[in-house]
Design a protein around this ligand. Structure first.
Ligand code: AHG
Ligand code: MN
Ligand code: MN
Ligand code: MN
Length: 331
């Protein structure tokens, strides 16, 4: 018998953050407030996404971002909503955003944290009503409190320096999934109450997985190692699933088990397509906290020292066994 939809069980995001204060030894509440600010921005952006078709904001913005990508209006709406919520919240001194070439300074030079974010991931899926997301990684600033933030010291930090990482998935339901280094927890948004509720405590990759996720249209551009691995997946009878939104493809891998790959793609994306600071590092943090792995260029994603804010790296991420198996082909 299906459980009647009673009042959602579990704690709200705000109560959860309060309950877990002890996890943030260095913070005197700022990180908690920052996580709340992200939750608020997700609610605000979610409202626009869930009505995108009505507000005529699914189309192109007519501008390009630093990656030379045509910006969708929702890319920019997402960027503006998050920057505004983060500025209002006052907890970050600067923001790395996919949609801004330079480091965004909030003017809050006494704030402790730096955030790297992909405000809207999966833009190509907006007008076809397929899940899209937001990705964020949070760092402690390295420059002196009270001084202006600096790209080299504050923005170009390795993934291992993250103190929080997560994503919002605007799918059949809206979920916020994040870690502060003490495991991964998933919250589902109840729009009728305007609250995120803890729905997926202590998320872990299933031990086994047999779903591989890659854009196989590039097959003939990949190196031989990737081709051999893909042929292996077919011989093993794995299932293929590719949504084309990294957040959605990653979330499915986390829930069902599986592996996602965006390898170096000569002639198209020689260093892979995904960006280290605001796509690969936050998801690598989540993956490792959930018992999975994340590699790029033969090394742990979170060990890669960034050289610029928008640098791309190849990404192989997912269930431990599947990533280890893939790395035997792709080392
Ligand atoms: P974004 O929309 O933030 O630019 O990211 C798009 C990324 C990622 O979401 C997705 O997995 C990948 O692009 C899809 O790339 P292909 O269309 O080349 O498969
Ligand atoms: Mn983009
Ligand atoms: Mn993205
Ligand atoms: Mn994006």
């Amino acid at each position: 018998k299906i459980k009647a939809l009673s009042a959602p069980v579990g704690t709200t995001l705000d109560r959860w953050i309060d309950l877990n204060q002890d996890q943030f030894p260095y913070a005197t509440g700022e990180l908690s407030r920052l996580l709340r600010d992200i939750g608020l921005a997700a609610k605000i952006l979610g409202r626009e996404i869930n009505r995108a078709g009505l507000g005529d904001i699914t189309g192109m913005a007519g501008s390009e971002n630093v990656q030379g990508e045509d910006q969708k209006m929702l890319d920019i709406v997402g960027h503006i909503r998050f920057v505004r919520a983060l500025k209002m919240g006052g907890q970050v001194c600067c923001i790395v955003s996919e949609e801004k070439e330079e480091l965004v300074l909030t003017g809050k030079n006494d704030a402790k944290y730096v955030i790297a974010m992909d405000p809207l991931d999966g833009s190509s899926n907006i007008e076809v009503n397929v899940p899209i997301g937001t990705v964020f990684g949070i760092y402690r600033r390295k420059t002196e409190i009270g001084t202006p933030p600096e790209v080299a010291k504050d923005a170009l930090q390795k993934g291992v320096e993250q103190i929080a990482g997560g994503y919002v998935l605007f799918g059949s339901s809206t979920m916020l999934v994040y870690t502060t280094g003490y495991g991964v927890n998933g919250f589902t948004y109840d729009p009728s109450l305007g609250e995120f509720y803890l729905s997926h405590p202590k998320m872990r990759f299933p031990a086994e997985g047999n779903i591989y996720s890659i854009n196989e249209s590039h097959y003939f551009k990949y190196g031989e190692a990737v081709q051999h691995y893909l042929n292996h997946c077919k011989r093993e009878g794995y299932t293929a699933r590719y949504i084309g939104s990294l957040v959605a493809d990653f979330h499915r891998s986390l829930i069902k088990g599986g592996i996602y790959l965006y390898p170096a793609t000569p002639g198209v994306y020689p260093d892979g397509k995904l960006r280290l600071l605001y796509e690969c590092n936050p998801l690598a943090f989540i993956a490792e906290q959930a018992g999975g792995l994340a590699y790029g260029n033969g090394q742990r994603i979170m060990e890669i020292a960034p050289v610029n804010m928008h640098q791309r790296v190849p990404l192989i991420i997912g269930s431990e066994r599947m990533v280890e198996e893939a790395m035997r082909f792709l080392k």
